[in-house]
Each structure stands twice: as structure tokens, then as C-alpha cells.
Design a protein around this ligand. Sequence first.
Ligand code: IBG
Length: 233
Amino acid sequence: MCIKGKLTGKNMSGKVKLHYFNGRGRMETIRWLLAGAGVEFEEYFFETREELIKLQQSGVLLFQQVPLVEIDGMKMVQTRAILNYIAAKHNLYGKDLKERVLIDMYVEATMDLNDLIMRHPMQPPEGREKNLALIVDKATNRYFPAYEKVLKDHGQDYLVGNQFSRADVQVLETILMMEEMKPDILAKFPLLQGFKARISNIPTIKKFLQPGSQRKSKIEEKMVPQVMKIFYG
Ligand code: IBG
């Protein structure tokens, strides 16, 4: 959908509007969190570098970068800032500072892993296999054992504070992306298997996981050059 003409006005009461390309990239976690919070959103996709440049030149992007989210009369950029806002607004960010810092620790770690996953398709073909092995190693030996331990130590259903939070949403998103890379990635993590089943069954998440939702699928190999061209010219 064309962006031109869509960015006027304050959109105080309107729907949340996302501006990005029609793929996961840095926007996907924002989509997940909005969906988990039960918030409806509209998407405006750019398809070419020219459209991105037009958006940059329009002055709405504070740092000339996307994701851009129009929400509550603001034009928000910076993925983490956007996620923090949505999480706080929808009570998905813990009940006190100590819960919040635990949530931050867990989601920052998933975002480190996500960064590797996101960049994987952009690796030169000859380095792909090694890169995949590195990502699987990090998931298996660094990040997933930590979440497994958190669940084991407190014995609760959710990662933090015995209630649903952004940490659950973001860790589930990462688990599912890792399963796309290696289907048996949870084999050694029984508590994470249970966690995955529980969080996937929360009604808002369940809906997002159904076909036809705004969740984006893994980028197809043949689309990689087009996406590279949009962002890197
Ligand atoms: N810290 C910012 C954030 O988190 O929002 C970084 C934003 C960013 O890097 N945006 C890129 C951009 O707008 C698009 S995501 N580039 C245009 C420019 O001129 O800087 C690109 C990306 C993908 C996949 I797709 C993996 C990593 C980055």
C-alpha cells in the first residue's frame, strides 16, 4: 500500500499504523507484541527503495529509519522504544522495577539472538552453513538453557511474576523462529516445550498464530535481494 498521504494528522484515536516492508525484519516483534496485547493495527508497506526515500524525505522519521509506528498521536521510531511503550501501556511490563528489569534481561537476550536470525538470510551463500551452526549453538547452549532454568527455578507458567508479559511473547517468537531453522531445537528443553504450548494457547497469541493473521512468514530466498536493495541501495 502506498504511504503518501497517509501520514498527515495526529491519529489520536485511530488505529495503530505500522510502516515497514511486507516482511519480518525489525517490525515483526512489534507485530507480535501488539497482537499479544490484543491491539488491532493497520499496515502500510513500502516496496521499493524510492518509496523508503520518499518516507525519509517526508520528515516523519526522526532518524530516517523504520520501523515507524503511529500510535496515540505520536510517530514513534526506534524498535525498543516502541516495544517499551506498547508493553508499559498494556501491562505487559511487570508490576515493579525488579520485574521490569528481569523482563528487560530476558527480552534483550532474545533480541540479541533475533538479530543473528534476522541477519542470517543476508549472509553470503558460502557462509550460511557456518552461520546457521553458530545461531543454533547460541540458542542451544546460551539462551534456551537460561530460559529453561528460569522456568525450573520458579516453577511458574510465565517467565516473570507469574503473569503474562512481553517476555513470554518475545521468547515464544524467538522459539518459533529457531524451530524454523532447526525443528528439534527444543528437544533438550522440556519446560520450554510446555511454555511454548501454554503461551501459544493464550487467545490473542493463538489468533496471531492462525493462517491469515498479520504475522509474516520467513523471508523467501528470492526476496532477499529486493529487501537488501530497499534498505542498502
Ligand atoms: N535502532 C533502530 C531501531 O531499532 O529501530 C535501527 C533501525 C534500522 O536499522 N532500520 C533500518 C533502516 O531504516 C531498516 S531495518 N534503514 C534505512 C537507513 O537509511 O538507515 C533493516 C534490517 C533488516 C534486517 I530488513 C536485519 C537488520 C536490519
